[in-house]
Design a protein around this ligand. Structure first.
Ligand code: HEM
Length: 395
């Protein structure tokens, strides 16, 4: 496919590897100067740069960003494997620049590129990519679309997608700016299908990292495998260093949720609202006691409690790695609230789908939650300084 000239072609491009950077544990200290800024970014903030390089796309195992935007794209008619390669090489250059706080090539608002905001970009390929000529035998084992569940009320405007970018940062302006650049550079090949904006807070008032809360006020993420552990690695990474991602847009009915007593709310999950501890324990990371009964002989973590039904011990050891983003969608004076549920797993079919089906059939939370969007993507491995994102698939 021959697209119209991109801004990059019009403005020219100086090369992706302009930044010399010293890498320390995934965080790079920049050795070159970013674009001139009205105020000096000195001190610890200046090193809050997540290296774009590595075996895996870096955002997955990193702490959740405060702000994030996902854009799913539809491939334009005629976009082929070679075009995708062109786009991914361009996006790689953009990602290297934007992560370092430098403007991307052809940037029309270069001052909006700032370092120190932990900016990351994650890219994924939707099912249709594996239907393109030359790629039909490259669909990873264990990747499929997610079938609609009985409780789903999927809206086309939030569902599917051939490509994905997920941009995160601790600064909302930086996210919007990076997304704008990446979307502009995709224009010859793909157009946005949906966009979702979310936010998350996993920092306590004293600055320490904590498990964040969703808009039900639940501590959400406690049961996750911890990044860097063997359990995390086997849950998330495929052999080549990639993974798969499921995106579910789940509407939360806060009005009916608020009609419950606090103990009813806690019973629906089996964990306390105060600190996320199991209702059978006291501290957040205490093990769930799935056998414990109260004075009346009732199971303290109910049969249909979300934490029981989704627990690996009740699911033949299946685990996933969840990273939620809260969202609000305002239409005039009306607000919808929800969770952009993100699940990473090496094998979507064997790890995620059985868990989803189980929750769809019996989860107590179903009464207050409705899934209105759903999409699945292959997340390719990371790239090195002399490589590009998606190279293994598209070169
Ligand atoms: C809006 C919908 C959802 C909400 C509000 C929600 C909330 C929660 C909460 C509060 C916990 C307990 C704390 C924790 O371990 O993180 C939890 C655990 C969990 N949830 Fe969800 N969840 C939702 C949807 C889902 C879906 C769709 C899945 C998978 C298909 C899922 C899978 C899990 C898993 C695997 C755990 C960990 C269980 C454990 O090992 O202890 N959740 N969720």
């Amino acid at each position: 496919m021959t697209g119209r000239p991109s801004r990059r072609q019009l403005f020219g491009y100086a090369g992706a590897a302009a930044a010399g950077a010293a890498v320390t544990g995934g965080v790079v200290a920049l050795s070159n100067e970013p674009a001139a800024q009205p105020t000096a970014a000195a001190g610890p903030e200046a090193t809050r740069v997540i290296s774009p390089y590595g075996d895996h796309q870096p955002a997955i195992a990193a702490a959740s960003p405060k702000h994030a935007e996902l854009v799913a794209f539809t491939l334009l008619a005629g976009t082929d494997k070679a075009d995708l390669g062109r786009l991914l090489r361009t996006w790689t250059s953009d990602i290297v620049a934007l992560s370092a706080g430098r403007p991307a090539p052809g940037d029309t608002a270069p001052e909006l590129a700032v370092p120190g905001v932990t900016l990351t970009v994650t890219v994924g390929f939707g099912p249709k990519v594996f239907g393109l000529s030359g790629l039909t035998d490259r669909r990873p084992q264990g990747f499929s679309d997610v079938p609609a569940m009985s409780h789903d009320r999927l809206q086309p405007g939030w569902t599917g997608g051939d490509l994905l970018i997920l941009v995160g940062a601790d600064d909302a302006v930086s996210v919007v700016h990076a997304v704008r650049r990446l979307v502009a550079d995709a224009a010859p090949f793909a157009k946005p299908l949906w966009r979702q904006t979310g936010f998350w807070n996993s920092t306590a008032p004293d600055g320490k990292p904590v498990t964040g809360r969703n808009l039900f006020n639940q501590v959400d993420g406690t049961g996750n495998p911890a990044p860097g552990t063997p359990e995390f690695n086997s849950t998330v990474w495929t052999e080549d260093g990639g993974t798969t991602l499921v995106v579910r847009r789940i509407k939360l009915d806060l009005d009916t949720w608020d009609e419950l007593t606090r103990s009813e709310q806690e019973r629906s999950v089996g964990r306390k609202l105060s600190n996320g501890a199991p209702v059978t324990g006291t501290a957040e990371h205490d093990e769930l006691d799935l056998e414990k009964r109260d004075a009346d002989g009732r199971l303290m973590i109910a049969e249909n409690a979300h934490a029981r039904l989704s627990h690996h011990s009740e699911n033949d050891g299946r685990r996933i790695f969840r990273k939620g983003l809260n969202y609000v969608q305002d239409t005039g004076a009306t607000r919808e609230s929800g969770l952009i549920f993100l699940s990473y797993q090496a094998n979507l079919v064997s790890q995620f789908l059985p868990l989803l089906a189980r929750l769809d059939a019996a989860d107590a939370l179903n009464e207050w939650t409705t899934t209105i969007g759903s999409a699945a993507f292959v997340i390719p491995p990371g790239f090195s300084k002399d490589g590009w994102l998606g190279q293994g698939l598209l070169s």
